[in-house]
Design a protein. Structure first.
Length: 338
């Protein structure tokens, strides 16, 4: 170690205090690069988009890599703390997780563990753009430990995602003479009603496919038959995007058009003895990081706190995660050497 080390709480505070809403991750990436260089890592910056850098820190030639994302959702929420929790945007998703991974790495360095790394990417909250670019970084990693808030349980799987935009077309007319027009909104509502009643796939491990109608737009005015309307949906996928698209398109038929802006299939992840397990409904960077080895998914904090005004992480759970991440790296390296 060549520089001053911060505690897990100090690191979390520092990371939260640097706003890094998706698209504006440069400041937090620069801090991570400076700090990780000071404790002995070799650093590589990779521009994912414009001025948005991924950070790859390594000791030797890593065969195990700890990874998470540097971006957060809006709006920015300032840091605060009490005796039990640290609060603020990114507290559990994923600034606290990054801090725990760094402190675990420092303990591994102190134990003379070599050949492991840290990968922190941009844009997970907006389509995993950083992870997609990071997948091209040459590496020999055999295992990737991805950090997301799983309540300190090792996730055995995570649902995939499919974002769909349904567009209905109609014909404008004066609302006093509805027979002269064709309501795009009514067509869209019929389609959405059929989708809500659909029997979507169920998986024994991951559970049910779910659908959220996140946005609806359309119409001109209350006294005009609406010529256009659209809805944006997010589905949590338990089978495959391909099979779900076919089902959606069969239900919609010729009544509307459908476009897909994002999709990834579900992921089943590795298990380590001694960890409580779970499955999660949210999507991670793992589907975009296929070149980094077999995936694991683990992190302190609850996804139910993420993206909220009261986002928080337990101080006790944060410290326990430091030990857990270090144990995972050692256990996985033991697997590799056998």
């Amino acid at each position: 170690m060549t520089g001053h080390r911060l505690t897990a709480f100090e690191l979390t505070k520092k990371l939260i205090s640097i706003p890094s809403i998706s698209g504006d991750e440069k400041g937090v990436a620069e801090f991570l690069a400076e700090y990780l260089s000071s404790v002995g890592f070799e650093l590589e910056f990779q521009l994912a988009l414009d001025d948005r850098p991924n950070v790859y820190a390594r000791l030797g030639e890593p065969d195990v890599v700890l990874s998470s994302h540097t971006d957060t959702v809006p709006p920015y929420v300032e840091y605060r703390e009490d005796d039990e929790f640290i609060y603020g945007r990114g507290a559990c998703d994923t600034k606290g997780i990054i801090a725990a991974m760094i402190k675990a790495s420092e303990s591994l360095i102190d134990s003379n563990v070599k050949d492991f790394g840290l990968l922190f990417v941009v844009g997970e909250e907006a389509g995993s753009v950083g992870a997609r670019v990071a997948n091209s970084i040459p590496n020999r990693s055999r295992y990737l430990i991805n950090g997301e808030p799983t309540e300190s349980k090792l996730a055995l799987g995570s649902k995939g995602a499919l974002r769909a935009i349904i567009k209905a077309k109609g014909r404008a007319a004066h609302s006093a003479y509805p027979e002269m027009g064709e309501s795009a909104i009514e067509k869209l509502l019929d389609v959405l009603s059929d989708l809500r009643r659909a029997e979507f796939p169920v998986d024994e491990t991951l559970g049910a496919t779910t659908m959220n109608i996140g946005m609806i737009n359309g119409g001109v005015a209350a006294n005009v038959i609406p010529p256009e309307a659209e809805a944006e949906l997010m589905l949590r996928v338990v089978t495959s995007n391909e099979s779900l698209r076919k089902l959606i398109e069969r239900i919609i038929g010729a009544r509307a058009e459908v476009e897909y802006s994002f999709g990834c299939d579900p992921v089943f992840t590795e298990k380590i003895e001694g960890f409580e397990t779970t499955v999660v409904a949210f999507t991670t960077d793992i589907p975009a990081l296929t070149n980094w080895g077999k995936p694991l998914l683990f992190g302190p904090g609850s996804i139910l706190d993420a993206h909220t005004a009261g986002e928080k992480i337990s101080k006790q759970e944060l410290l326990a995660a430091v030990t857990a991440y270090a144990k995972m790296v050692v256990d996985l390296k033991g697997r590799i050497s056998r």
